[in-house]
Design a protein around this ligand. Structure first.
Ligand code: IYR
Length: 221
């Protein structure tokens, strides 16, 4: 059993006025984040993606076992394979699998089975959730709160990319087991989400949507 070791917390208390200002500034910044479906093919420096992945890796997670793996795809051949596999699933979804109710919920977004951005955007980040891992001595290490942990890490990644001046699309072709095969990932990893990353195409438009007011999303007791 590994013994707990402790170091002093790095914490600097801020004046309340500054806390308030920072919260408001961050909200103003995050409110401008929009999911984008029209990407430019302009390249993005790889080190920016690397730093954003390090941000994702800071996420709180079950027993600090960090049950995630990020595969960053810029190779055009691999991107084409992903597009072809994803579009095949999406055609099934839009033509057969989706219920009328689901299609109705999606209608305001104007989406369909065509996913050209999977080839156009400079980066696709495939996010995998590991239900367990094999330790250095070959033993199986169980992971905990995997979905929650990977969800939080993904949120941090999207936030970091937005903050860095990039746009993203959270893409979830379903099922997306094809990602294991194309990206050669092992059986202990399940694809969680495919994040499309880059610059928006010039003149990109986004759907008119609203966000729920605070009263609807929060209760103070
Ligand atoms: N995966 C499909 C459908 C889709 C589903 C939801 I829920 C969305 O918020 C958006 C799209 C697609 O990508 O078109």
């Amino acid at each position: 059993m590994k013994k707990a070791q402790f170091v002093p917390l790095e914490f600097e208390e801020l004046p309340v006025a500054e806390m308030r200002q920072r919260a408001a500034d961050f909200y103003a910044q995050m409110k401008r984040r929009r999911t984008v479906r029209d990407f430019s093919d302009r390249p993005v420096p790889r080190d920016i993606i690397e730093t954003c992945l390090l941000v994702a890796g800071t996420a709180p997670n079950g027993a600090n076992l960090q049950p995630w793996h990020f595969v960053v795809v810029s190779d055009t051949v691999v991107k084409r394979k992903i597009r072809e596999a994803a579009e095949a699933e999406e055609r099934e979804f839009y033509q057969r699998r989706a219920t009328e109710e689901w299609l109705e919920a999606l209608a305001p977004l104007g989406t369909d089975a065509s996913k050209p951005f999977l080839e156009i955007a400079p980066y696709l980040i495939a996010i995998f959730a590991q239900s367990y891992e094999i330790g250095p001595d070959g033993t199986k290490i169980k992971h905990y709160y995997v979905q929650e942990s990977v969800g939080i890490a993904t949120g941090l990644l999207i936030t970091a990319l937005h903050q860095s001046g990039l746009v993203t699309l959270t893409h979830t072709p379903s099922p997306m087991n094809f990602l294991n095969e194309i990206l050669d990932r092992p059986g202990n990893e399940r694809p969680f989400l495919l994040l499309v990353v880059g610059y928006p195409a010039p003149g990109t438009q986004v759907p008119v949507i609203g966000k729920k007011p605070l009263n609807d999303i929060a209760t103070f007791l």
